[in-house]
Design a protein around this ligand. Structure first.
Ligand code: DON
Length: 421
């Protein structure tokens, strides 16, 4: 059978193809000459399935899409305090290349605009690492996110260096405020090299899927950066990734995203998919025109907005009944789905409010596929209180969803019959 998702992507490309508005990046000669007709879309799931359509294996340079990934590497290399001390996390509402710093501290407002990305580039590796070492760390780090060895396009690098006046101006300003403490020209060179890393739309989707998968590359299974770093980076992408269009993007598309003037655009949907598009004609913000249209379409067609309200927490209690077995009446709560705070609150409220009379209570978690730490704590506390009141408590857990949790005096069994007799 032909893939339904691939057919959907092909149809989406067909619909945006007629839009030839915008222009390739004119300020970087090598990018100005890119084929404006290229068009691709790729969706990568967090278990490593990749669906692509169009020019998904055509190579281009990553440009600003490198920023969130290099930021993640700097956080891993230097830690949160050292990086946040130098670069803020506030949306600037300004263009990516605005020459702007916080008035009092001189800090760039966030790591997605160039001022922040230049500073982040200087924070790669150990505190005294040489620019060459940082370059290799960035290339290797981006490769780990992509799950394959990436290279640098030396022509695009040299071409951008010829016209990097604005980035040089920003870097000199950062140096004047001691945010940068080294030769600003070397920092610009490192940043321009990171922007010249060559990727395909497929690579970008995999990099986004690595973010969506808490930092674990779905193909190689390598933990590239920690889950804590990914949460932070995705938050900054959501609020700052689309620069002065971030608010429109957050409301209309609702996916943490990052664009690049090479024509790439990525979105990472936590726990679901990484998406990437490629089309080199840009709008006034420096975002791919057809890429933005594709993401708007994907978000509404596939219900991908992160603020979409999930099903009600009450749905985690599939049933709450009294079972009359050989051992007498037993209260059986059959739970289901993914349980987080609100779901667990609903479960313990059901116990508190239903005034359980039975001497035995069973939590059947056979249909539960995930239970986060706070949900587990709440349910175990409910169990402990039932036991304190003199009841027997059982967990039906055939798949070991409770893992190694300390269930105290409760009993874990494989089947409901084992608990109710
Ligand atoms: O710094 C620059 O101007 C480019 N190397 C990257 C800018 C970029 O991709 C902005 N994003 N849309």
């Amino acid at each position: 059978m032909r893939s339904i998702v691939t057919d959907y992507l092909a149809d989406a490309l067909f619909r945006v193809e007629p839009d030839t508005s915008g222009q390739t990046a004119q300020y970087i000669p090598e990018l100005a000459g890119a084929n404006p007709e290229s068009l691709a879309a790729v969706v990568a799931t967090i278990d490593g399935e990749v669906y692509g359509s169009g020019d998904s294996d055509v190579e281009f340079t990553i440009q600003s899409i490198s920023k969130p990934f290099v930021y993640a590497l700097a956080l891993a290399d230097r830690g949160f305090d050292a990086v946040l001390d130098k670069v803020g996390v506030e949306p600037s509402g300004e263009a990516f290349n605005e020459v702007s710093l916080e008035h009092d501290t001189g800090r760039p407002l966030n790591p997605m605009i160039n001022a922040g990305a230049l500073t982040v580039q200087s924070l790669i590796g150990s505190w005294n690492s040489e620019p060459e070492d940082r370059g290799e760390r960035v290339r290797q780090g981006l490769s780990a996110f992509a799950g394959r060895e990436l290279t640098i396009d030396e022509r695009v690098y040299s071409s951008e260096m010829e016209t990097a006046h604005r980035n040089l101006a920003i870097a000199h300003m950062l140096r004047s405020r001691d945010v940068l403490t080294e030769d600003p020209r070397k920092v610009v060179a490192g940043y321009v090299r990171q922007c010249a890393v060559v990727v395909t739309t497929r690579d970008l989707a995999m990099m986004a899927a690595t973010l969506a998968n808490r930092g674990v590359n779905p193909l190689t299974n390598e933990q590239v950066v920690s889950g804590e770093i990914v949460r932070h980076v995705l938050s900054v992408m959501f609020t700052c990734g689309m620069y002065d269009a971030a608010g429109d993007w957050a409301t209309q598309v609702g996916i943490p995203a990052k664009s690049g003037v090479g024509g790439g655009l990525i979105g990472a949907l936590p726990g679901q998919v990484g998406i990437a598009t490629f089309s080199p004609r840009l709008d006034e913000h420096g975002h791919s025109v057809r890429g933005v249209s594709l993401f708007e379409r994907f978000s509404s067609d596939m219900g991908l907005h992160v603020m979409e309200i999930p099903s009600a927490a009450s749905s985690v209690v599939r049933s709450n009944r009294v079972h009359d077995g050989e051992r007498g009446p037993t209260r059986v709560l059959r739970l289901q789905g993914g349980i987080r705070f609100a779901g667990a609150e609903r479960i313990v409220r059901d116990i508190e409010e239903s005034g359980i009379d039975e001497a035995r209570v069973v939590f059947d978690v056979a249909l539960v596929f995930s239970l986060d730490a706070v949900a587990l704590r709440l349910i175990l506390e409910g169990s402990r209180r039932l036991i304190d009141e003199g009841r027997e408590v059982y967990f039906v857990d055939p798949d070991g969803i409770l893992a190694r949790a300390d269930v105290g005096d409760a009993v874990i069994v494989e089947e409901l019959e084992d608990a109710v007799g």
